[in-house]
Design a protein around this ligand. Structure first.
Ligand code: DX5
Ligand code: ZN
Length: 217
């Protein structure tokens, strides 16, 4: 399967969101990655449901909503109402992850579980079969533009091995510090979806960076 590219809106120009979403719409991007932060689970606050609802009207790519919040199960309905395709919740934020995943599916969305850099892939052994996506954080969540954590490449290999061993088709998504160099190595290690924020939006021609990420493998 050709890799999927999910530009992260966190690095867009918030005073020109419509322009930047139009660029994504017309690009080869597969999903639009949306980072929701609460200042509790992560030490930063980004944007919330009013923005997602506005995006619903103009975004023509499937929305990949990454919830960096405590108790994400409380917001399943709100996320579904924004028309999200995928709801990504953190393993570390869910006491009853299996129930949360069932709720996401009942609300009509694909479910993703996300691991922080310190959480081992082995934690997924009894839940990977229930999600469409596993997302590995390759930076500590909360900010765009951080340095890629090298160990993520090894974790990607371990996760690829787990998914293949179980005969699943769960997608492996990687979030943080993705550029052409780290992206290529992640794809070689078995990643399926690359999130890229600052690397895309700091470029003079973001659409061409998306196109090149799409052609990396
Ligand atoms: C970080 C977010 C990422 C962020 C990635 O907490 O989850 O999605 O936008 O940004 P870059 O690609 O700049 O590392
Ligand atoms: Zn993210």
């Amino acid at each position: 399967m050709k890799q999927l590219i999910a530009p992260s809106l966190l690095a867009a120009d918030f005073m020109n969101l419509q322009r930047d979403v139009e660029m994504i719409n017309q690009s080869e991007a597969d999903w639009l990655h949306l980072d929701i932060m609460d200042g509790v689970f992560v030490p930063n606050i980004s944007f919330g449901f009013p923005i997602l609802k506005g995006l619903k009207k103009i975004c023509r790519k499937p929305m990949d909503v990454h919830l960096m919040i405590v108790e994400p199960h409380k917001f399943i309905r709100e996320v579904a109402e924004t028309g999200a395709y995928l709801m990504n919740v953190h393993y570390e934020a869910c006491t009853h992850l299996h129930r949360t995943i069932a709720g996401i599916h009942e609300a009509g969305m694909k479910a993703g579980v996300t691991l922080n850099p310190h959480s081992p892939v082995s934690l997924l052994e009894d839940i990977v079969q229930d999600v469409e996506v596993v997302m590995l954080m390759s930076v500590n969540p909360g900010y765009g533009g951080q340095k890629f954590i090298e160990h993520t490449v090894e974790k990607t290999r371990q996760l690829r091995e787990m998914i293949d061993r179980k005969g699943l088709n769960t997608l492996i998504e990687i979030d943080g510090g993705v550029n052409f160099e780290t992206g290529k190595r992640l794809l070689d290690a078995g990643a399926d979806v690359l999130v890229a924020g600052s690397f895309v939006f700091s470029a003079a021609d973001p659409a061409s960076v998306i196109k090149e990420l799409k052609a990396l493998k």
